[in-house]
Design a protein. Sequence first.
Length: 208
Amino acid sequence: MKISPEKIAPILSFLVKLWSKTLNYSRMSYEPVQATRKKQSVVFALWHNELFPLCYLHRNEGVIAVVSASQDGELLAQVLKRFGFNLARGSSSRQGLRALLMAAKMMNTLKKDVVFTVDGPRGPRHKVKKGAIFLAARNKVPIVPVRVKMSRAYVFNRAWDKFQLPLPWSSCEVIYGKPYLIPENFDPEFLEQEALRLENKLKNLVSD
């Protein structure tokens, strides 16, 4: 018998909270991001496989998470909701435009930031899709590239993203890129170029 995400989520959320409390967090170059967030909302852009530490670090901030409409996404959504995130449901492969428009509207009404796993929900790994670019340009808000360096992590090599789970009592260094604006241009070729620019910014934050 398949257990619903609604029943699993409370237990999983409790375990994630306990696990996260063992981690040693540090932030690099966060001051400019804080200063920007005091003035306007931002779009956080990160890789799917580095998501875990940020769920706890940015808890209870009301950040709007764009989450896949799939069944796997439902479990993540339930967990994020318990960590104080707002939700815009959809993905690049399913109901994507609806999720983008929902996130755009929520940014304006709630005055909150948005977070995107820019290569999710199914990859290709570390290839930026256009959703975050479109949203930042439409709402005229800065993008903030974010990376996480984990001192010790279990890597799920069979997963498409090679998801990283930081081991208990390991260090998680969160590196924030400089916030930058996207020109309001929705030409597909332009969006593709900006996606590549963001991809390079993410890769340059951490030497793999």
